[in-house]
Design a protein around this ligand. Structure first.
Ligand SMILES: [Zn+2]
Ligand SMILES: [Zn+2]
Length: 234
């Protein structure tokens, strides 16, 4: 159940007219389907109203329901008053914060550096470990490509620290601070992502793979050997 306080807070958020209509309908009915929003309330583009609502910082949950043979979305308001880990209040990300942080990173994934317009903003320290940060900045959140976001989720859930829940250990993990770290999910590892963009570079990396296979080694082993020889040359 949403408390009076929460409802008041939701109503106080700045949002578009269609988002406000959707909010009031959900406050009244609890859940609402795209079909009901459109047919009973005359909302032109229900998914856009829901997106506006999320952009305003409202946590909207959804699931798929069957209605007269068709699968459609049913939306509901997540209970933002539910305590987050450590008892910190929920502080959902707003679109303005996301846009600002993504711009800080030059529109690139913080882990692999890929430029994309499908970047997702992620907690640096997982929500389950430290809750929402009091402020959304480039120090508490980072943009990730969908692929690295999935990899981070999977890695954190299988990390030793997922049960110990020590936020300080997360802070020094590559999946939290790819810019500066001393372990990867508690293992003393280091990662370098190498992508060749020109013909010569592609040939060099292909040679590395063939050479490694011939010696029954991994490309990583041979690359590290090569870098070590280069290092010895000074
Ligand atoms: Zn990435
Ligand atoms: Zn982690």
């Amino acid at each position: 159940m949403l408390t009076e306080d929460t409802i008041e807070k939701l109503r106080g958020l700045t949002m578009s007219k269609r988002a406000r209509s959707a909010l009031e309908i959900m406050l009244e009915r609890g859940t609402v389907t795209t079909k009901v929003l459109q047919e009973e309330y005359g909302l032109d583009h229900p998914p856009r109203a829901i997106r506006d609502l999320k952009d305003a910082g409202v946590l909207v949950g959804s699931h798929r329901v069957k209605e007269s043979g068709k699968t459609i979305s049913e939306y509901f308001l997540e209970d933002v008053s539910a305590p987050s880990p450590g008892g910190a209040p929920r502080n959902p990300i707003k679109k303005a914060d996301k846009d600002r942080i993504v711009a800080e990173f030059g529109g690139r994934c913080a882990v692999c550096g890929t430029a994309s317009n499908r970047l997702q903003l992620d907690h640096r320290v997982p929500f389950a470990i430290a809750g929402d940060p009091p402020e959304w900045t480039g120090d508490t959140a980072m943009p990730l490509c969908p692929s690295d976001n999935r990899a981070k989720s999977w890695t954190c859930k299988h990390c030793e620290n997922w049960t110990t829940r020590n936020p300080e250990l997360c802070q020094r993990c590559m999946w939290c601070h790819p810019e500066n770290y001393d372990h990867i999910a508690m293992k003393p590892e280091r990662r370098l992502v190498v992508t060749a963009h020109d013909k010569a570079g592609v040939e060099t990396l292909r040679w590395l793979e063939v050479h490694a296979a011939e010696q029954n080694k991994s490309s990583s082993e041979v690359a590290i050997q090569a870098i070590a020889s280069y290092q010895e040359l000074g």
